[in-house]
Design a protein around this ligand. Sequence first.
Ligand SMILES: [Zn+2]
Length: 379
Amino acid sequence: MRKAFKYRLYPTKPQRRDLDKTLMLCRQLYNAALQERRDAYKKAGRTVGFYEQKRYLPEIRAELPEYKHIHSQVLQNVIERVDLAFKGFFRRVKAGQKAGYPRFKGKGRYDSFTFPQAGTTGVKLQDGGRRVLLYGIGSVKVKLHRPLEGKIKTATVKREGEHWYIIFITEVDPKPLPPSEEAIGIDLGTNPHFLVTSEGEMVEAPRHFQKAEEKLAKAQRELSRKKKGSNRRKKARLKVAKLHRKIANQRRDFHHKVARKLVNRYGTIVHEDLNILALSRSYVAKGIHDAGWAQFLAILAYKAEEAGRRVVGVDPKHTSQDCPVCGHREKRPLWVRVSTCPQCSTLLHRDVAAAQNILARAWTGPSGVAIPCPRSPGL
Ligand SMILES: [Zn+2]
């Protein structure tokens, strides 16, 4: 299976210049290749293919010396991107969908270049992973904030605002963990918690993450007060974009950590099916608009697959209304966190009870997935 690892790069000023220049040259090549295809298609009704265009690359590199500093495979990948854009276009046309003709990339609309065989050529980790050698750029400082696993397949160097990143795609062998009979239900997005488990564990988003979000809200307010077209507005906009990226990165790291913990311990992890939840009324109440959920569940799913664990999505209907002990159903206002079941007098915590109901549905629910009950989900 394939895995992605994204790390921050710390290029020096001259390296930054070279990276920017590489992006500019790749963008120009992209636009030139696009132009050629457009012309051929318009004038002669002919398509110019990937291999045909690729054949010109040695010529381009020979005639335009600045392209010599760019790895030939990086340039091939640019041509491939054009090819993919056209393939997507023709596929949509064929399917009778609305299809925009592939567009030229303006400045700032082309932000990455890829080494398609980074495991063999063009990219090399050095100095115990503290630096990475990039063809045509040099040895760039990198921070591997989590260990790189697997065999490197491709590497993409990407500019996000003023920061640079490298994204490795690697091939990893599944690493099955020793089997676990333990199962857990998780209830997501129950403010102020990120998730609550059927065992009563409550996971909060890290504090620094909340702080960053407060900062973002403040920066957004400041931005809205600045005059349109002013320099200050531009600055404020950059600040907002920067905070957005910071939060996205922190969120991803947090998701990885939480998913890792769950997968290490539990053989079966049961959650609400997001597709079904999206159609229900609790959707809005639970603040599912936080795009992070889908990401977390995707991370959880692939970590589980890698470890040979099972992740089950179940219908979330009534999970927060039912008593997990006797099944009594009662609608309570959202602010009621703790209550006593009028039928069996069990003390219920709303979110823990919901997580227990979610867990129970994995083997009794309408999802039809039959898994052995590891133990009763009593309180
Ligand atoms: Zn009850």
